[in-house]
Design a protein around this ligand. Sequence first.
Ligand SMILES: Cc1ncc(COP(=O)(O)O)c(C=O)c1O
Length: 315
Amino acid sequence: MKSGRQVKSPTALDAIGITPIVQLHKIVPEGSADIFVKLEYFNPTGSYKDRMALSMIEEAEKRGTLRSGMTVVEYTGGSTGSSLAFVCAVKGYRLVLISSDAFAIEKLKTMKAFGAELIIVPSVGGKTTPDLIPRMMEKAKSLADNDDCYFTNQIHNSDIIVGHRNIGKELLKQIDRPIDAFCGGVGTAGMLMGVSLELRQVYPNVKIVALEPASSAVISGGSPGSHDVEGIGIGAVPPLLDERLYDEARGIDENEARQRVRLLAKEEGIFAGTSSGLNVVGALQLAKELGEGKTVVTVAVDTGLKYLASDLYPV
Ligand SMILES: Cc1ncc(COP(=O)(O)O)c(C=O)c1O
């Protein structure tokens, strides 16, 4: 080694983060605020979940609660599962994932491609009904009740916020003007909480808006219902959602989200999944409300490639 300094050789895990940011140019009506979208599908598995999968594993390693030879267990709609499978493949952990046929087949296949063992909990009609996540959670808990297992338990695990704070840190470097509002769909709430913690340090008055499917707008005070937006709207207020870290929750029409995300591909060249469409609908609403001269930011959560087997992008 030339310098004599110990340099860590990079792995695929080093490809996580530092994703690009783009401004929307065509779909924002005149008189609205500017909208910036962070393209999180540039992460290795095509989703921002890579960030939290890495922090869940590495924070547990630091504490010594996850050690070499142990099995990692999680229940997942498929995005966290794909990211955990990727991280566990590189780090050499056995991974058992509880998922469901309600979620994209591409995600189920991705988890297996990275070597995870998959247990499928059957859904009702392929939808995220209010009972689905609790049933998956119960199955995961029963498996993880074993000394050799580490249950990442994403919904209750504040380690996820550590990884997502990096989205906020990167936004502050990438956007060289004040950020007036940020919005994002809420599943675990890890992303929204992580970004809020960072943005509020620099812009204490930034408006943080939690988005959820209108048909299951539980955070906004509605009743749990079924919907077809993978990864968000878990049918309950997620435990990590801290009231002090967001200003408002909004239900967004999922059909509008799907139309928007198709337009996003055609007009702006951003090819993303359904929850990203929801994020852009939220950002467009905020941009209209705040008006010209203001700045609204959101994220493209994951790649449209994960949804090609569904009817999100029809032939
Ligand atoms: C596709 C998709 N969008 C949005 C979210 C919501 O992110 P968070 O869990 O950080 O609230 C998830 C979470 O699983 C997801 O899979």
